[in-house]
Unconditional design. Sequence first.
Length: 84
Amino acid sequence: ASSPRLGVRAMAMLRQNFQSFLTGGVVALAFGYYRVHQDIYVAAGAVDARIEALGSETVSSVAAMQKRVKALEQEVAALKALKG
């Protein structure tokens, strides 16, 4: 009569251990998801900031290049005027 009792007890213990394992797994998965979500959020913010900075750098670079081209065109016009 003690043998079936031991089986029921072992099954209850196994069930409790499995439930604890699943609970730990769910908690770890939720924490992992949160961390990945936060990492993606931070990385996306860094990428957006860098793209914005790159845009302003490009605008200032183009403006400086246009200024240099204008100066060179004026010099070419002055040289043509001296030759002509």
